[in-house]
Design a protein around this ligand. Structure first.
Ligand code: FAD
Length: 310
């Protein structure tokens, strides 16, 4: 069995595996897609001490850094079930879609998250052709253009404020009757001259000319009327979904489905730790995921050295 089995292949998982391997303990990584969200990212300019890099390049470097150590990397493997140890100090089992089962004294869960989609016609067809989920990455592509931000929570309002400084005009579209963002953000948003806020609006369709987005359709939920908003970009900010479907009923999750962790990355199961975007730790960023992965590794090591000799 492994001393530590890391599930996931993003920055959190890579950091965890490097830290445990450096302790000389038997480490495995099971990843559906090594690199994680980083693979879908273009410019990265907030990974401190690296002034500028690109997602695929960073993913390659993560893989190379893990490869420097004695880590058993099982890529393109999806974990489907966690069977916790029956007694404290026993072996946990992780079952894979391939049918294989891996055993480990400790498990570090770092399966990350994915952006929630609107699930309307045109969204898939125009992804990266005007539809985007990342204002920090793609905002500058829409300099001087018209965009909509979908979602009036903190991330949507933050995105609208951010984009208003770059693009010509921002329309913020919220499904509910009110924005849910913090009051201070709402005040800031309301003070911006090139932002319009539309509440009680359901996005119904992304419209394009075959190559680029040209408009957004939404329905006014109070009057039932349909409106067309001509624009060039749509930033979808309706939440991040943690990849924990496979863990339901096994481990304590928050209301949003994130794995509940404490400051040491302990979960509700002894010997099972969690790190990165999949957890309740606030702010989903590469540098934070790496810090959490390192913490999880050290916590797992602490747990292992306290197990009675077998
Ligand atoms: P992830 O990167 O989500 O990795 C999760 C891993 O788990 C993947 O390898 C996945 O294949 C694997 N996995 C999932 N389910 C299973 C399963 N059942 N079995 C096995 N493996 C599984 N952050 C920044 O700091 N700066 C940026 O500029 C930036 N830009 C971004 C741009 C985009 C387009 C996106 C999508 C994200 C961006 N982020 C950025 C956020 C950053 O990518 C994440 O915070 C970070 O990748 C989280 O790392 P993680 O290891 O927790 O999870």
């Amino acid at each position: 069995p492994f001393d530590v089995l890391v599930v996931g292949g993003g920055p959190a998982a890579a950091a965890a595996a490097i830290y445990t391997a450096r302790k000389g303990i038997r480490t495995g990584i099971v990843a559906e897609r090594f690199g994680g969200q980083v693979l879908d990212t273009m410019a990265i300019e907030n990974f401190i001490s690296v002034q500028h890099t690109e997602g695929p390049r960073l993913a390659q470097q993560l893989e190379a850094h893990v490869g420097d150590y004695d880590v058993d990397v099982m890529n393109l493997q999806r974990a489907e079930k966690l069977v916790p140890a029956r007694s404290p100090g026993g072996l946990h089992e992780v079952r894979l879609a391939s049918g294989a089962a891996l055993k480990a004294r400790t498990v570090i869960l770092s399966t990350g998250a994915r952006w929630r989609q609107m699930n309307v016609p045109g969204e898939d067809a125009y992804r990266n052709k005007g539809v985007t989920y990342c204002p920090h990455c793609d905002g500058p592509l829409f300099r001087g253009k018209r965009v909509a931000v979908i979602g009036g929570g903190n991330s949507g309002v933050e995105a609208a404020i951010d984009l208003a400084g770059v693009v010509a005009h921002v329309t913020l579209i919220e499904f509910a009757g009110d924005l849910r963002a913090d009051a201070v953000l709402q005040r800031k948003l309301a003070s911006l001259p090139n932002v319009q806020i539309v509440t009680s609006a359901l996005t119904t369709e992304v419209v394009g000319d075959g190559t680029r987005v040209t408009a957004l359709h939404y329905r006014d939920r109070n009057h039932g009327t349909t409106h067309e908003l001509p624009l060039e970009g749509i930033f979808v900010q309706i939440g991040l979904v943690p990849n924990t479907e496979w863990l339901r009923d096994t481990i304590a999750l928050s209301e949003r489905g994130e794995i509940e962790v404490d400051a040491r990355t302990d979960t509700s199961l002894p010997g099972v730790f969690a790190a990165g975007d999949v957890t309740t730790v606030p702010y989903k960023q590469i540098i934070i995921a790496m810090g959490e992965g390192s913490k999880a590794a050290l916590s797992a090591f602490d747990y292992l050295i306290r197990l009675p000799a077998s």
